[in-house]
Design a protein. Structure first.
Length: 73
């Protein structure tokens, strides 16, 4: 199942979007219940949503940490 999750699960209180993926709490909670088409529709809206978030969380994502650890090795 395709997912936009990057393991930065923190909701922007202004927009209601996750800082990591851009989904709402409801969309995150119901993700496995959506059809492939519904997931594709939501995912197509995510780049525009993420652009509306003013600040980014300071946490390092799991993906970033793994890439950094590989580079350090």
């Amino acid at each position: 199942m395709q997912t936009p999750c990057i393991l930065v699960c923190s909701i922007d209180m202004t927009t209601g979007y996750c800082f990591g993926c851009g989904r709402t709490r409801d969309e995150i909670g119901a993700w496995t219940l959506y059809s492939d088409e519904e997931r594709r529709e939501i995912m197509s809206a995510l780049p525009a949503r993420l652009a509306t978030i003013e600040r980014r969380p300071r946490r390092e994502t799991r993906r970033q940490r793994m890439a950094r650890e590989r580079a350090d090795s």
